[in-house]
Each structure stands twice: as C-alpha cells, then as structure tokens.
Design a protein around this ligand. Structure first.
Ligand SMILES: Cc1cc2nc3c(=O)[nH]c(=O)nc-3n(C[C@H](O)[C@H](O)[C@H](O)COP(=O)(O)OP(=O)(O)OC[C@H]3O[C@@H](n4cnc5c(N)ncnc54)[C@H](O)[C@@H]3O)c2cc1C
Length: 259
C-alpha cells in the first residue's frame, strides 16, 4: 500500500474535529490531568458521564511521573494501595502500612484506563477563563497552550459543562480566575483562596479528602488544589490522597448529576 501524506493529514484533522466538537458540551469538564483529575475522569466515565480533561502540558500525569524529587516511585497507604491494586497496578509492601508503586506504571495505567472508559483527554490546551451564568460556572474558556506560551493575540474557544473539576494542583488556576473575574466569594472561610501551607503529610492526606468539595457553584475542587483552596498543608510524594480525592469528587458530582 502506498502512503499518501494528504490522506494522513486529512485523517488526523477529521478525526480530531469530530472528537473535539463532540466535547463542546459535557457533563463534566476536568482541568488538569494530574492523578486526581485522571482518577476523577476514570470514575466519572465508568459511571457513564460525558467527561473530558483539559491539560496544559504535552504530557499527561501532572506531578506523578516524577515520584519524589525525580525518584520515580510513589508511596501510598492502605486505601491508596487498594485502589492501585484494583486498577491492576503492581504494589510493593514497604512495611508499617506503607506501599510503593512505580510512578510510570501508575501514570500510564491510570491514563489508559481513563481513555478506555470513555474519558476524552485533550493535552496542550490551557484553560484561561470560565463561563459564568447567574453566579454559577457553566463552562471553560480554552486556548492552545502554544498560543498562551507565545503570548499571541488569539481569541479562545468555549466548552459548556454541567460541572467543572478544578484539579490544577498547587496553582488553583480555575478558582483564581473565578474569584478575580466574578468578584464573588468562594465557598471557603475567607471567601478567598486560602493558600497552601508547609509540608505535613499526615494531616494533608486526610484534609485532601475533606477539602474535596464544591468551592464555587458549579466548580468542585480535587487533589492538591483542594488543600490550596481551603488552606491546608502539602504532603509531598505520597499519592493516596490524590487518588481518593479523584474518586470522591466523582462520587459527589455523580450524586448531583443523577440525584
Ligand atoms: C511541576 C510540579 C511540581 C510539583 N512539586 C511538588 C512539590 O515540590 N511538593 C509537593 O508536595 N507536591 C508537588 N507537586 C504536586 C505533587 O506532585 C502532587 O502531590 C500531585 O501530583 C498533585 O496531584 P494533583 O492531581 O492535585 O495535580 P498535579 O499533579 O499538580 O497536576 C495538575 C495538572 O494541571 C495542569 N494545569 C494547571 N493549570 C492548568 C490550566 N490552566 N489548564 C490546563 N491544565 C492546567 C498541570 O499542567 C498539571 O498537569 C508538583 C506538581 C507539579 C505539576
């Protein structure tokens, strides 16, 4: 069979346009493909919801690839280990209730399972703003990351969603823009993003789950962004809280969508 470059190009364009166009109206739009965002995407897709993830970078996985300080192993506790095993990821017992897993296997398996469950992942797209109607976030405003990086003067496109998951990690980029542009209070004690505190793994793992909740009408926060939003601690390279937070946000949104 001869290869025709134009047919290759046309296949990419037409397939991408179909996929992207199908995702302009979603049940759930997830911002950030770190462990919490990927886990949320997997569980929401498994529940039959129409879900897409928008990730700024070329690579999917956020901070999980690098383990701790580029030693590419992650640590989880019992509950996290149970999730990883359930996903078919190899887990090693490190004693005293600690377990380790290869961060590359974790990231690639989670990504693959989310895609196979039906979640669409769009890399190289940056969420720069949100759509708001009557004090509720109703969607995302997105642009190519290359446009953002180059500082080009190019207008974005929009995606409508019943719910948005803010899983952008430390930077809490979605809620930052919501607070700035609406001028409305977030659902935190101060009404502001309260900011992440220094490292305290034990407390941070628990509060990640407690802080996984709606932080503005239409926006649920998960992962490190949850602790940054509600003023809790960072936890370093222990990832069970991220996975549990992704599961939790999927449950909360599923209740809203089906309740
Ligand atoms: C570069 C980096 C450095 C980190 N350093 C540390 C550290 O030193 N100590 C520590 O405790 N934790 C650190 N973390 C976080 C740590 O890896 C986590 O505990 C874990 O990865 C957090 O998972 P998460 O799902 O909350 O988000 P993350 O793994 O942080 O993933 C968030 C994802 O959101 C994407 N994103 C952000 N803004 C946008 C946007 N506007 N549009 C689209 N996508 C967006 C990012 O590219 C990233 O892939 C770091 C994370 C990253 C990405």
């Amino acid at each position: 069979m001869s290869l025709d470059e134009i047919k290759i190009s046309r296949a990419i364009l037409s397939r991408f346009m179909t996929k992207f166009s199908d995702c302009l109206e979603l049940d759930v739009a997830i911002v950030g493909a770190g462990p919490s965002g990927l886990m949320a995407a997997l569980r929401l897709a498994q529940k039959g919801h129409k879900v897409a993830v928008f990730e700024r970078k070329l690579s999917i996985g956020g901070g999980m690839w690098g383990g701790g300080m580029m030693f590419n192993e992650i640590v989880v506790q019992e509950q996290g280990a149970a999730i990883l095993k359930d996903l078919g990821i190899s887990v090693e017992d490190a004693g005293d209730g600690y377990y380790t897993a290869d961060s590359v296997e974790c990231t690639s398996t989670l990504t693959s399972l989310a895609c196979k469950a039906g979640a669409r992942i769009f890399n190289l797209m940056t969420v720069e703003d949100v759509m708001v109607r009557e004090n509720r976030v109703t969607g995302l405003v997105i642009n190519w990351s290359a446009v953002d990086i180059a500082g080009f003067h190019v207008d974005p496109l929009a995606v409508r969603a019943e719910y948005v998951v803010e899983s952008t990690g430390h930077d809490t980029e979605v809620l930052r823009v919501v607070r700035k542009k609406t001028g409305e209070r977030l659902l935190t004690d101060t009404g502001e993003i309260m900011g992440e505190r220094s490292m305290w793994a034990e407390v941070a793992e628990n509060t990640t789950l407690e802080n996984t909740k709606e932080a503005f009408p239409g926006v649920f926060v998960a992962g490190m962004a949850a602790n940054a939003t509600f003023g809790s601690f960072r936890m370093g390279p222990i990832f069970g809280g991220m996975l549990l937070s992704g599961e939790r946000v999927a449950e909360l949104i599923d209740e809203r969508l089906t309740g």
